[in-house]
Design a protein around this ligand. Structure first.
Ligand SMILES: O=P(O)(O)OC[C@H]1O[C@](O)(CO)[C@@H](O)[C@@H]1O
Length: 385
C-alpha cells in the first residue's frame, strides 16, 4: 500500500466528525434523559461527559469494570490531551464507553447492565417500517434462485440504513439512491465450497433481522456449513447489536407468520444445533481499526471461508478511518485481512475507497453530501492473494 492518508479527527469545526460530537451527541443525551428517569447524579455525569468531549481534555475512566485494564492501555497516550486532537474512531468509541460508565452501567445500582438504547431499538423493531420490511421477506419463496440471492444481499446492505445514531444526524437524508460500487454477484463470487462464514453485525432491529435472513440463506443454500455472528459485548453507537438483541430480534421473528417466521425458527434451531454461534469479542468495542486486532480474533477470521463486515463503522475499521482518495484500492487497504472479506455498507461517514474515477467525479458533481447522507451504499470484496 502507498503512503497512509491523513487520519480523521474530531477537531475541525463544521466537519462531519465535529458535528457528531457537537450536535448529535447532545441530542442523543437529551433523548436518553427523556427515555429514563435518571437522577441528578447521572444527569450531571452526562452533562460533564458532553463538556469534556466537546471542549476538554481526555480524562481517565473512574470505574472498575472488567474492561478497565484494556481501556487504560488504549487511552494511555491520550490522557490529558485535548479531545479535539483525537481521531474520530478513537474518540467516538471512548465516548460510548464513558457514556455507559456515566449512567452506572458497570456499577452496583439500578442502572447496572441496563441497555440505555433499548427503548430506541425496541421502538425501531416494533415500527410500521420494520413490519413492512419484514413482511417483504414473505415473498422470498416466490422468487427464483437468483432473485433470492439478490434480495437477501440487498436487504442486508440497505438494512444498514436503519441506524438510530445516524438518524440523529443533521445530514441524514435517507432515500436509497443506489450502490456506488459492487452488486450481489460480487458478493456471491466469494463463496466457493461451503465453509464457516463469519458475519460481523452492526445495528440491531431491522438490520439485524435482515442479517439473520442472510445467515439463514447462507445455510439453507449450502454456501455456509456454519455461521459465526459477531456482536458487541456492550451497548455501543446507540443501535449496535448485543447478544441480548440477537435474542430479542429472534423472538420477534418467530412470532411472525409466513416465511419470515419460518426463517426465525430455522435460525433458532441453528443456534441450538451449533450451526450458528454468537460471539461478543471485546475487540468489537475497541477504539482501534482491524489492523490492530488481537491474535485470537485474527485466527478466527483466518479460519473463515468468508467474513462479512456490516455497516459504516466496521468499514471505517476495516479500511482505516482516513481521508483516503476515493479511488484508493479496496484490495490494497484490506490486504492485511487474513481471509476473504466483503463489506456491505451504507455510506454514513467521509471514508470511502475503491471507486472508479468517473463515479467519484459524478458523485462530486451532484453537490450532494453523498459520503455522509446515508443515501448511497456499496458492496466491496477482497480475497488475500
Ligand atoms: O451503524 P453504522 O453503519 O456503523 O454507522 C455508524 C456511523 O454513524 C456515525 O456515528 C456517524 O455517521 C459514524 O461514526 C459511524 O460510522
Amino acid at each position: 500500500m502507498g503512503s497512509e492518508a491523513q487520519s480523521i479527527t474530531i477537531g475541525v469545526p463544521g466537519s462531519f466528525a465535529w458535528k457528531v460530537f457537537h450536535e448529535r451527541h447532545p441530542a442523543m443525551i437529551e433523548q436518553l434523559c427523556a427515555a429514563f428517569p435518571f437522577g441528578a447524579g447521572v444527569r450531571d455525569r452526562l452533562a460533564e461527559l458532553l463538556r469534556e468531549t466537546t471542549g476538554g481534555v481526555v480524562e481517565p475512566l473512574d470505574d472498575d469494570a472488567p474492561d478497565h485494564g484494556a481501556w487504560a492501555a488504549w487511552a494511555e497516550d491520550r490522557l490529558g490531551r485535548p479531545w479535539s486532537e483525537c481521531s474520530f474512531l478513537w474518540a467516538e468509541s471512548y465516548f460510548f464507553r464513558k457514556l455507559l460508565a456515566a449512567i452506572g452501567y458497570f456499577a452496583p445500582g439500578p442502572w447496572r447492565g441496563i441497555d440505555p438504547f433499548a427503548p430506541m431499538k425496541n421502538a425501531e423493531l416494533g415500527s410500521a417500517g420494520a413490519a413492512e420490511a419484514l413482511a417483504a421477506f414473505n415473498e422470498l419463496p416466490l422468487l427464483g434462485e437468483r432473485g433470492r440471492d439478490d434480495a437477501v444481499v440487498q436487504a442486508a446492505v440497505w438494512g444498514n440504513q436503519a441506524d438510530l445514531a445516524f438518524r440523529m444526524s443533521v445530514d441524514a437524508e435517507g432515500a436509497a439512491a443506489g450502490l456506488v460500487t459492487g452488486d450481489s454477484l460480487l458478493f456471491w463470487s466469494l463463496f466457493d465450497a461451503p465453509g464457516p462464514v463469519h458475519l460481523v453485525a452492526d445495528n440491531s432491529a431491522g438490520e439485524l433481522a435482515a442479517d439473520l435472513v442472510l445467515v439463514d440463506h447462507l445455510l439453507t443454500t449450502g454456501r455456509a456449513d456454519r455461521v459465526v455472528l459477531h456482536v458487541k459485548p456492550t451497548p455501543y453507537y446507540v443501535s449496535d447489536a448485543t447478544p441480548a438483541d440477537v435474542l430479542g430480534v429472534l423472538r420477534h421473528l418467530i412470532e411472525l407468520a409466513g416465511e419470515v417466521g419460518a426463517i426465525g425458527r430455522r435460525v433458532w434451531d441453528g443456534l441450538r444445533a451449533g450451526r450458528i454461534e454468537v460471539r461478543d469479542h471485546p475487540f468489537f468495542c475497541a477504539p482501534l481499526d482491524y489492523r490492530g486486532m488481537p491474535y485470537d480474533l485474527r485466527e478466527e477470521f483466518a479460519s473463515a471461508s468468508v467474513t462479512i463486515m456490516k455497516g459504516d463503522l466496521n468499514y471505517r475499521r476495516l479500511v482505516g478511518d482516513r481521508y483516503w482518495p476515493p479511488t484508493t484500492s479496496f484490495v490494497d487497504v484490506t490486504s492485511y485481512f487474513p481471509g476473504p472479506v466483503v463489506a456491505l455498507r451504507v455510506l454514513k461517514s467521509e471514508v470511502v475507497v475503491g471507486l472508479d474515477e468517473a463515479t467519484a467525479a459524478t458523485l462530486d458533481k451532484t453537490g450532494d453530501a453523498w459520503r455522509t447522507s446515508g443515501s448511497y451504499a456499496l458492496i466491496q470484496a477482497a480475497r488475500p492473494v
